[in-house]
Design a protein around this ligand. Structure first.
Ligand code: ADP
Ligand code: MG
Length: 285
């Protein structure tokens, strides 16, 4: 295909103009960017080759291969990848102008149940899609969930497949990856794991949406991992007193230490909290 080969030869700077910084991650800076010929705006994740180890490059390859073929209204689309620059890698994705779910939770303290269920329903639909294809995201958290624009009901998109891997035969992964507060027990215990780790993280995200704080937190990582491995968390009366039993059961069914007892994405989509909450205001694309 001639357009693909043209794109491989062209350099990022030839085709795109770099704009303002949108966000920063561990190894990357994300900028707004403009496609010179069309004037269309995108986001670009710029990675410094010199700062990357062989493993980092491997995980970038995983990110690109996972994100490239995915077509889902609630997954950030990767539109181009440039590896022909001597100093940087460039991942061009659709632009999400509405900021992170993280900022909306912080600014609103917590979501209503209806709003939380609407958000979780959309996330489950996207997660179910990539789990069916054997992809484990491994870093689901409110910083990696973006809004397409600034409207309150803007579509949500899962971003940052930087830790994503193919689980292949199922439970074969073992490496420590992700953000400490969202890690599943089997990861902190160094056990083999699979797609169920994303369901645990979604349980943590749902918990945060409903009350505004983390289910598992501690002053140091040792203590945090001990709490996660034990799976001990509470529903403090002050914030959770008015929350429905269905919502609490939903969270508890995701925050199960045994990954086999945890809800899968498809089972979670059929949970009473998701099926009985009025989703008339939810936007699915
Ligand atoms: P990292 O792997 O380094 O965490 P991310 O892909 O999560 O990189 O990007 C870091 C931050 O940049 C995100 O948390 C978000 O704030 C911003 N960002 C990333 N992708 C986009 C995008 N497509 N549109 C708008 N902002 C983005
Ligand atoms: Mg990130």
């Amino acid at each position: 295909n001639s357009s693909a080969s043209t794109q491989q030869q062209a350099r990022f700077e030839d085709l795109f103009q770099l704009g303002e910084v949108l966000g920063r991650g561990a190894f990357s800076v994300v900028h707004k960017t403009r496609h010179r010929r069309s004037g269309r705006e995108f986001a670009v994740k710029v990675l410094d080759r010199a700062a990357m180890t062989g493993d980092d490059v491997q995980s970038l390859v995983g990110e690109v291969s996972a994100q490239r073929w995915m077509r889902h209204p609630n997954i950030v689309r990767l539109v181009a990848f440039f590896d022909n620059d001597p100093t940087h890698f460039y991942l061009v994705t659709e632009l999400c102008k509405g900021g992170e779910l993280f900022d909306r939770v912080v600014s609103q303290a917590r979501f209503s149940e209806k709003k939380a269920a609407g958000a979780v329903y959309i996330l489950l639909d996207a997660v179910s899609y990539f789990h069916k294809h054997g992809i484990v995201h491994r870093d689901i958290k409110p910083e990696n969930i973006l809004f397409q624009d600034t409207r309150p009901d803007a579509p949500m998109k899962i971003a940052d497949f930087g830790f994503a891997v193919h689980s292949g035969t199922g439970e074969t992964l073992r490496s420590l990856a992700g953000s400490p507060n969202y890690l599943a027990p089997e990861i902190v215990e160094n056990q083999p794991y699979g797609t169920a780790v994303d369901m645990w993280s979604l349980g943590v995200v749902t918990y945060i949406l409903l009350c505004g704080y983390m289910p598992f937190d501690a002053p140091n990582q040792r203590e945090l991992f001990r709490k996660i491995a034990a799976g001990t968390f509470a529903f403090p009366e002050r914030e959770w007193g008015g929350v429905s039993p269905e919502a609490k059961d939903f969270v508890a069914s995701l925050l199960r230490v045994d990954p086999r007892a945890r809800l899968t994405a498809d089972a979670a989509l059929r949970h009473r909290w998701i099926t009985t909450t009025d989703l008339s205001d939810a936007h699915l694309s």
